[in-house]
Design a protein around this ligand. Structure first.
Ligand SMILES: Nc1ncnc2c1ncn2[C@@H]1O[C@H](COP(=O)(O)OP(=O)(O)OP(=O)(O)O)[C@@H](O)[C@H]1O
Ligand SMILES: [Mg+2]
Length: 362
C-alpha cells in the first residue's frame, strides 16, 4: 500500500493554545508506530500560495516542534464550534480544499439531528420529546405531560446553560441548572412568569431546545447518565468501542465531567439501578444496539463519519433514552475509570480507519 499522510485539524483557542494536545500527541504516537506520517495543524498554519502547512509535529524526547509539511491526504477534523473568525477560516479551508479525504464532516445542530432520527421508527421510542423552546405556555404543558422539562441551547456544549424545570405544586415550579458559564444555579421556586424571566436573564430564549426530562437522580441525590463511544474500525465497520457512566456533581442537573462529574464503569453504575445482573446486561445490550442504529442512520444522511459519542440516559424502568450526540467526542473518560485497553483502542481506531479510508479512495 502506498504511504499516506494524516493531518489532525484543530483550532487555536484564546491566543494560540490548542485544546486536547495530550490526545493529539497520543494519536501521533500511534500513527508513528504504524509507520504513518501524521501531524497536527490549524487552518491558520496553511500557506495557500505554496500549498504547504507550518504543522505541529511531536518528536519523542523533544516534544512539540513546528515544521513545514506538504498537505495531508486524509484529514481528521477535531475543530469544535467557536464564534470567531477562526471558525470561518476553517469553513474556508474545507471549501477550498475539498479534494482532500475527510474522515468526518460537521453535523447539524441538535434540533435537526433530532428531527432526522425521529423519522426512524426503530429509534423514535428512544428519543425524549424535543421541540424548539417557544415560551412558557408550551413549557407548562411539557411539565404537566412529563413531570420534568429541560431547556438547553441548540448548540450547547459541556453542560452550559442547561436548566431543569419541575412542578412544585399550585402553579409554581422548581428550577435548577447551570448558567452559560456553567455555574450551578441555586434551586428556585418560581411562578410560570418567574421561570420565563429567569430563562430570559440566562439568555435561554433564542435557539434553545425544550426537552422531556428523564428522572436520573440516584438515591444519593446525584444525577447520572452514560457516554457510549461508537467508532469505525480498520475494516470500515461501525463498532462500539466502550461505554462509561457519569455521576454529576452535588446539586448539579448535568453529569458532564467538566462540570465536576465523576466517571464510573458502566457495569458498576448499572448495578446501582438494576441489582439483578440479567436486567443490567439487557439494558447494556439495548444501549449498544441503539448506538449502532443511530450512527448508521446518521451516516446514511450526513455521509463521512468516523466516530460519535452518544449521551444516553437509562430511567428506572430500564428504558434507554438518547439525550444527545457528540460529533467530536473526548475519550478521557475511559482512562479515568482505568479501562486502559478501551482508551488505547479509542485512539488507535481513527488512525486505522484513516488508513482503510485512504486505501478505498485511491
Ligand atoms: N432531557 C434530559 N433529561 C435528563 N437529563 C438531561 C436531559 N438533557 C440533558 N440532561 C443532563 O444534562 C447533561 C448535558 O446535556 P447535553 O448533553 O444535552 O448538552 P451538553 O452537555 O451541553 O452538550 P455536549 O455533550 O456536547 O457537551 C446531560 O449529560 C444530562 O446529564
Ligand atoms: Mg452532553
Amino acid at each position: 500500500m502506498p504511504s499516506f499522510t494524516l493531518g489532525i485539524m484543530a483550532l487555536y483557542l484564546n491566543g494560540n493554545k490548542i485544546e486536547e494536545l495530550p490526545f493529539f500527541r497520543r494519536v501521533l504516537q500511534e500513527a508513528d508506530r504504524m509507520n504513518i506520517d501524521a501531524y497536527l495543524f490549524t487552518p491558520e498554519d496553511v500557506d495557500d500560495g505554496k500549498r504547504r502547512i507550518y504543522a505541529h509535529v511531536y518528536e519523542e524526547g523533544r516534544g512539540w516542534r513546528r515544521r513545514w509539511v506538504p498537505f495531508p491526504d486524509v484529514v481528521f477534523d477535531r475543530c469544535r464550534y467557536q464564534k470567531t473568525p477562526r471558525f470561518r477560516k476553517l469553513r474556508e479551508f474545507r471549501a477550498k480544499y475539498g479534494d482532500l479525504i475527510y474522515m468526518n464532516r460537521p453535523l447539524a445542530n441538535k434540533s435537526a439531528i433530532h428531527q432526522l432520527l425521529h423519522k426512524d421508527k426503530d429509534i423514535r421510542p428512544n428519543l425524549p420529546d424535543t421541540v424548539m423552546y417557544k415560551g412558557t405556555t408550551a413549557l407548562a404543558d411539557f411539565v404537566r405531560k412529563y413531570g420534568i422539562a429541560f431547556v438547553k441551547p441548540i448548540n450547547g456544549t459541556g453542560g452550559r446553560g442547561v436548566v431543569r424545570i419541575e412542578s412544585a405544586g399550585k402553579g409554581t415550579y422548581s428550577v435548577r441548572g447551570r448558567d452559560k458559564q456553567r455555574r450551578i444555579l441555586p434551586t428556585r421556586r418560581l411562578s410560570l412568569e418567574g421561570v420565563g424571566r429567569l430563562l430570559g436573564r440566562l439568555g435561554l430564549t433564542e435557539s434553545c431546545l425544550m426537552q422531556q426530562g428523564i428522572e436520573l437522580t440516584l438515591p444519593n441525590g446525584r444525577v447520572h447518565d452514560y457516554r457510549l463511544l461508537v467508532q469505525k474500525t480498520g475494516e470500515g465497520r461501525w463498532d462500539v468501542t466502550g461505554c462509561a457512566g457519569r455521576i454529576g456533581a452535588a446539586r448539579s442537573v448535568t453529569s458532564n465531567l467538566h462540570g465536576g462529574g465523576k466517571a464510573i464503569s458502566v457495569d458498576r453504575l448499572l448495578k446501582h439501578t438494576f441489582p439483578s445482573g440479567s436486567k443490567a446486561e439487557a439494558v447494556k445490550a439495548e444501549m449498544y444496539a441503539l448506538g449502532l442504529r443511530v450512527v448508521e442512520r446518521l451516516e446514511s444522511h450526513f455521509r463521512d463519519m468516523c466516530e460519535l459519542a452518544l449521551d444516553l440516559a437509562v430511567d428506572r424502568q430500564g428504558r434507554v433514552w438518547l439525550l444527545e450526540i457528540n460529533p467530536k467526542p473526548a475519550r478521557e473518560v475511559f482512562r479515568r475509570i482505568g479501562e486502559h485497553e478501551v482508551y488505547r483502542r479509542a485512539i488507535v481506531r481513527p488512525v486505522e480507519y484513516a488508513k482503510w479510508l485512504y486505501k478505498q479512495e485511491k
